[in-house]
Design a protein. Structure first.
Length: 277
């Protein structure tokens, strides 16, 4: 049985998302979106190391563990831990959006990819609606945003928005894309979306546009919403967003209350749970 599992890792602030895909034959594929780790706080790294050790992976690894690792956009709370992930876990592809941001951590990531990538069997490329990501076994991946050669001054609106498909179910992962993006692509959200990551940690600018939410009406009542909370220092999710979600006929979970949020589907049946482990 094919299976897709999305893990919103409770990293305390920022984002880190582990994607698992298993084919009918049991072949495993793994991908990662973002890591906000610092030298002193390595929440996503610890989660990943324990995850793979439970699967009898021994470190240092002999081959790349990830099919691809994606930096959703060039902000430190999404990418400053990725170099350590690339070094210790390995990936076939390192992907990122084009950006005007010259952040030091991003320049360092690109230097590492160019210098050491060929020796580690790692390729790298930018992604947009025309430069897509490899499939994860039976899971098809589509880039909904950004548009080709679009370089917004607001780096949040440079976020890579992904739709993942398995059977009759879809998952949408949103980075920090704000209202202007959703005004453009809300209609592109798959009708069969069963899990939707609330954009920008549940901030007002990722939720509201002109007083209403441009994306929530595209989701049916089966869709579960997940929030990677960013309580310190930004107090996301915002109370106005929570108030609106409380009026919605959909389940939502948030990492500051539910810890690791795990959505799973076999393409027909789906479930949501949370875990402290």
């Amino acid at each position: 049985m094919s299976l897709l599992r999305i893990n919103l890792i409770d990293v305390g602030w920022g984002d880190s998302i582990l994607i698992e895909s298993y084919t009918d034959s049991g072949e495993a594929h793994f991908a990662l979106i973002d890591s906000n780790d610092t030298a002193n706080y390595r929440s996503s790294y610890i989660f990943l190391k324990r995850f793979f050790e439970r699967r009898d992976v021994r470190f240092p690894v002999d081959e790349n563990l990830f099919d691809w690792v994606l930096l959703s956009h060039v902000h430190a709370d999404h990418g400053q831990g990725l170099k350590k992930v690339l070094q210790d876990f390995g990936t076939d592809w390192f992907c990122y959006p084009k950006s005007q941001n010259t952040a030091l951590f991003f320049s360092d990531l690109l230097r590492y990819a160019k210098r050491y990538g060929p020796n580690k069997g790692m390729r790298y490329q930018h992604v947009d609606q025309l430069q897509t990501l490899p499939a994860l076994g039976d899971v098809h991946v589509e880039v909904l945003w950004p548009e080709e050669n679009l370089l917004p001054e607001n780096e949040n609106n440079n976020s890579v928005v992904l739709a993942l498909y398995l059977g009759n179910d879809a998952v949408v992962l949103t980075g920090d894309a704000e209202a202007e993006v959703w005004d453009s692509i809300a209609a592109d959200i798959p009708a069969n979306t069963r899990f939707f990551k609330v954009p920008h940690h549940g901030s007002e600018n990722g939720y509201f546009s002109h007083g209403s939410c441009p994306w929530i009406g595209q989701l049916d009542n089966q869709a579960v919403l997940g929030i990677s909370s960013h309580i310190r220092p930004f107090r996301h999710p915002h109370q106005s967003v929570i108030d609106d979600l409380e009026q919605q006929p959909r389940t939502y979970l948030r990492t500051d209350e539910h810890y690791h949020i795990i959505f799973e589907t076999d393409g027909t049946q789906h479930s949501i749970k949370y875990s402290h482990i």
